[in-house]
Ligand binder design. Structure first.
Ligand SMILES: [Zn+2]
Ligand SMILES: [Zn+2]
Length: 156
């Protein structure tokens, strides 16, 4: 609707002043970007429904079917990989230059949050016997730092 034909930006819009049809000042993030952001912020691999719940905070109306579709695309693009944990299939970002399953995970028995652990905990190449190891899945179990620092709730 601009009469001058100039690009928006010359005029400063106040909050809620954006007009439909104009380029919004802050573009709505795509489901793909949102899901990548959620995975980047997580301490370790997430379940699909956890990704959906976290991504839905900023993208209400996002369907779980879209989450699965985007995850499939991201895995095909080698941006994301699936990890098999005792809790089921979970998803995490592929580190640049990383090999499949190149680090162990920790699964908290209380909050069920999965954490990435440093790969130094297990170096397959340090094995005395020369196996050719293509991948490994190692999960440690116990209580995470968060749950350790939270005193158990006592019902009186
Ligand atoms: Zn925990
Ligand atoms: Zn991981």
């Amino acid at each position: 609707m601009g009469s001058s034909g100039r690009q928006a930006g010359a005029k400063v819009l106040g909050p809620g002043e954006a007009v439909l049809g104009q380029t919004p000042l802050r573009r709505r993030s795509l489901p793909r970007d949102r899901i990548i952001a959620v995975l980047d912020e997580a301490p370790g691999p997430l379940k699909a429904d956890e990704i959906w719940a976290l991504a839905s905070v900023h993208r209400p109306g996002l369907s779980i079917a879209t989450v699965y579709r985007v995850l499939k695309q991201l895995m095909a693009d080698e941006q994301v990989r699936a990890v098999t944990l005792p809790t089921g299939t979970q998803y995490e970002r592929c580190p640049a230059g990383g090999r499949p399953h190149d680090h162990p995970h920790f699964l908290c028995r209380q909050c069920q949050v999965a954490y990435d652990l440093p790969s130094v905990l297990f170096e397959p190449q340090s094995l005395a016997v020369p196996f050719q190891i293509d991948a490994y899945e190692l999960t440690l179990h116990g209580l995470c730092p968060q749950c350790l620092s939270t005193p158990p709730r006592i019902n009186i």
